[in-house]
Write a protein that binds this ligand. Structure first.
Ligand SMILES: [Zn+2]
Length: 354
């Protein structure tokens, strides 16, 4: 045998071994309970985070306390016996379940240090009177969304690593270390071998999308802070729709927002807040100053009835970061919307026309 033939032979042997290993690897299916156990830790609750983090404010190094996205006293006033319902993922049934949450926990996150907790002046008055107060509310909502996605990203990344590890281990076990010994003798570590796994690819894609949201929220967070410091709407601008009734729905979203009406379309990053105050409910749309005109022209067309429809569709299609008074939910949310919410596997749903 020539030297070349020996090399060819060896590489053919290696190739067929990899093919075989690949087939064996792909035949391994982790059980549902394995996946569930690895992806979701048992006590994780996305509507109430507590983690050791620093304050969200630029350059502040102090420890963040448990901040409320929406202030506790306003929440209390609009609650039913101190509780709200919110969409929680029921992992056993693999669907959304509307569950109760107490105001002390509802939409809490490690947001700000004790000092910076005092910058939200509207909370004490339960009213938004000045542009400055509005800016701080928007800032808080953006920070919430940033922390929320950042924590979820970390959880997801850890669980994906755990899943891949588990699959590698199962692979070694089920093939009786057949390949391991062979690879060991060649000095190749089994963990370094990457086999394409469609589920793994989906998860990776998922992570990539989350990373984009985190980066976008970070950009908006910086812009919002600049405006607070300069006391001007230089970077971000809000459009507020005020309804003269108190609707006990608290809602927050940051990300891509699409609104269409006839010839006008807004399709860009925005922050959306729905917030009941002392005498009214406000819908606050915030985007960059460049995009503000289109958004404003579109929202100018919203009649009170269309605004109510917009609120309802936001609960289903825009975000799952919301709280509703249960009595209000039972009485005023249309049956069709309830059916969508209560039969969903995850929220928000993708709009049907997309
Ligand atoms: Zn601070």
């Amino acid at each position: 045998m020539s030297k070349e033939e020996i090399v060819n032979d060896a590489s053919m042997f290696l190739n067929s071994m990899f093919d075989e290993a690949h087939k064996d690897y792909n035949s391994i299916e982790l059980s549902e309970s394995d996946i569930k156990g690895l992806i979701y830790s048992s006590k994780m609750n996305f509507h109430s985070f507590s983690e050791n983090r620093k304050c969200s404010v630029k350059f502040c190094r102090k420890k963040a306390v448990n901040s409320h996205l929406f202030q506790e006293s306003i929440l209390k006033k609009n609650s039913q016996n101190g509780h709200y319902i919110y969409p929680s993922a029921d992992l056993n049934k693999r669907q959304i379940k509307l569950e109760k949450i107490g105001v002390n926990k509802a939409l809490t996150f490690p947001g700000f240090c004790i000092t910076h907790e005092n910058m939200f002046e509207y909370e004490k008055k339960e009213q938004l009177n000045y542009e400055h107060e509005l800016r701080t509310l928007v800032y808080k909502a953006i920070c919430y969304n940033h922390v929320y996605w950042d924590i979820i990203y970390k959880y997801s990344e850890d669980s994906i690593t755990a899943l891949v590890d588990k699959k590698h281990k199962q692979f070694e076990k089920s093939t009786n270390n057949k390949y391991k010994n062979l690879l060991d003798s060649l000095g190749i570590e089994i963990k370094k071998l990457h086999f394409s796994d469609p589920r793994h690819k989906n998860l990776k894609q998922h992570l990539k999308e989350r990373k984009i949201i985190i980066n976008d929220s970070l950009i908006f967070k910086k812009l919002a802070w600049k405006d607070i410091e300069s006391n001007k709407n230089e970077n971000l601008k809000s459009y507020v729709i005020e309804l003269d009734t108190i609707i006990p729905i608290f809602f927050s979203y940051f990300g891509n927002l699409t609104i269409k009406n006839d010839d006008l379309t807004f399709d860009d990053k925005a922050c959306l807040i729905i917030h009941p105050f002392k005498e009214s409910t406000k819908l606050i749309f915030t985007t960059t100053t460049n995009n503000h005109v289109i958004l404003k022209n579109l929202l100018n067309r919203l009649t009170p009835e269309l605004t109510w429809n917009f609120i309802l569709s936001s609960l289903v299609y825009i975000s799952d970061n919301w709280l509703i008074n249960e009595e209000f939910y039972n009485k005023y949310i249309p049956v069709g919307v309830k059916e969508l919410l209560e039969s969903a596997v995850s929220l928000p749903l993708t709009p049907p026309n997309k």
